[in-house]
Design a protein around this ligand. Structure first.
Ligand SMILES: [Zn+2]
Length: 374
C-alpha cells in the first residue's frame, strides 16, 4: 500500500470533492459523475441510477459486491408561497433542531444551484412559549431572496419537487486528521469505495469485485433493492458513514463508534443480522493485520445491507462503517485514521475471499458434522 501520509492526502482531496458534491436522494448525478471519472469511464448503470464498475482478480467468481450509497439527506420543494418562500419536505432523517438558520442549495432543473436559508423568527419576536418548543419542518420555510412566487419560479427557475441540499464547506480541523463537512454519510463510504477499487491489484484478490454506488438509501434503501440484480453477488461488503456515539448523553458502556478508535464492523441492526461467518472473518482479518476496529450491535438504524442480504437466495453481508459525529446535519466530523482502517480492512478482507471461504459462510449443510463437536 502507498505511504500513509500520501494515502491521507489522496483521501482528503477525494473526501472534499465527494462531500461538497450535492446529491439529494433521487438526484445523485454529481456523485455519479465523480465515480464515473474515478473509474476511468469503465462503468455501467441500471434504470434506478445505480452505477457499477468491476475489477477482475484471479477468478471471475466469487462475485464480491463492494458498495456505498451516493445520496445524502436533503429536502424537496413542496410548494411556493405567494411571497416567494419555499415550503419543503425532508428526504431522509432530519431533526428539526438542526435546521433553522442553516444554508441550503436548491437544485433547479437547469442545473443552477440557488442559495437559500431556512428562515427563523428572530429571538426578539419570540414569546416565552415559542422559545420552549421544537418547530416542525412543515412550519419552516426557505428564503431564496425572491420577492414573490413569480420571481422564484420564472427568474430563479424553482419548481415543485426540486431537490434541496445542505450547504456547508469542507474544512480540516485544528487536528489535521479531523475533517468537517456535510454529507460524510455517505461520501466517506463513497471515498472508501473509490479508493479500495483503485488500490485492488488483480493478482491479490481471488475473486471479482463489483463496485456499486447506489441511489436513494436515505429514503429506504431503494437503489440497493435493484442493484443486486445487476451483480448477483455471492457476498457483499457495505461501506458506510456511521453515527459516532462517543458524546454526552450516551452511556459509556454502550459506545460502539468512537471517533479515532477504528473502523466499525456492524454485527446487526433492526434491518439485518449479518452473516456470522463473515463478520467473524472481518474481525479476524482486522486482528491479523493490526487494524483497529470496533464492533457494533445497533438498537436502531438500517443500511443498504437491509436489501442486499435478502437479494435472491440471500447474500452474506457485512457493513464496515467510519464513525462520523453529527451525521444528518450540516457539519459532521470524521477521523482520517478510522477511514484508513476501513480502507485497509476492505482491501485485506477482499484478498481473503476465495471460493472456499465464501462458500463456508453459507454452508448450512456442512455444519451438521460440526454440531456437538468441541
Ligand atoms: Zn448512510
Amino acid at each position: 500500500m502507498k505511504e500513509k501520509q500520501q494515502l491521507k492526502r489522496d483521501a482528503s482531496v477525494l473526501l472534499k470533492n465527494l462531500a461538497e458534491a450535492h446529491g439529494a436522494p433521487g438526484c445523485e448525478k454529481k456523485v455519479r459523475e465523480i465515480f464515473r471519472e474515478q473509474m476511468g469511464g469503465q462503468v455501467s448503470t441500471d434504470r434506478m441510477g445505480n452505477i457499477f464498475h468491476r475489477r477482475r482478480g484471479k477468478g471471475e467468481t466469487p462475485r464480491i459486491m463492494l458498495t456505498a450509497h451516493m445520496d445524502e439527506v436533503g429536502f424537496a420543494v413542496q410548494s411556493i408561497t405567494k411571497s416567494g418562500l419555499l415550503r419543503f419536505i425532508p428526504l431522509g432523517g432530519w431533526w428539526s433542531h438542526n435546521l433553522l438558520a442553516q444554508r441550503v442549495r436548491i437544485m433547479n432543473r437547469k442545473g443552477r444551484e440557488i442559495p437559500g436559508v431556512i428562515g427563523s423568527k428572530p429571538v426578539h419576536f419570540l414569546s416565552d412559549a415559542e422559545r420552549e418548543k421544537v418547530i416542525k419542518v412543515e412550519d419552516m420555510f426557505i428564503d431564496v431572496g425572491a420577492r414573490n412566487a413569480e420571481e422564484a419560479e420564472k427568474d430563479l427557475g424553482i419548481d415543485l419537487g426540486d431537490p434541496i441540499v445542505p450547504e456547508s464547506p469542507f474544512m480540516t480541523m485544528a487536528n489535521p486528521d479531523l475533517l468537517m463537512c456535510k454529507g460524510f454519510d455517505n461520501r466517506v463510504g463513497m471515498a472508501l469505495l473509490i479508493q479500495t477499487m483503485s488500490l485492488l491489484s488483480p493478482e491479490k484478490h481471488p475473486n471479482t469485485v463489483h463496485g456499486v454506488a447506489t441511489v436513494q438509501e436515505e429514503v429506504g434503501v431503494r437503489g440497493a433493492t435493484t442493484a443486486g440484480h445487476s451483480v448477483e453477488p455471492d457476498l457483499a461488503i457495505v461501506l458506510e458513514g456511521t453515527p459516532a456515539d462517543d458524546l454526552p448523553g450516551m452511556a459509556e458502556e454502550e459506545c460502539q463508534a468512537r471517533l479515532g478508535e477504528g473502523v466499525q464492523i456492524r454485527l446487526m441492526d433492526p434491518s439485518a443480522i449479518m452473516n456470522r461467518g463473515l463478520v467473524n472473518k472481518a474481525a479476524d482479518v482486522a486482528r491479523m493485520h493490526g487494524i483497529p476496529f470496533q464492533k457494533a450491535v445497533r438498537r436502531t438504524g438500517a443500511t443498504d445491507a437491509k436489501a442486499i442480504h435478502l437479494h435472491g437466495k440471500g447474500v452474506p453481508t457485512v457493513v464496515l462503517g467510519v464513525p462520523a459525529r453529527y451525521i444528518h446535519t450540516h457539519n459532521s466530523i470524521i477521523h482520517l485514521e478510522d477511514y484508513l482502517s476501513g480502507l485497509r480492512l476492505a482491501l485485506e478482507l477482499i484478498g481473503e475471499l476465495d471460493h472456499e471461504t465464501v462458500k463456508g459462510f453459507t454452508d448450512f449443510e456442512g455444519e451438521r458434522e460440526s454440531v456437538g463437536t468441541p
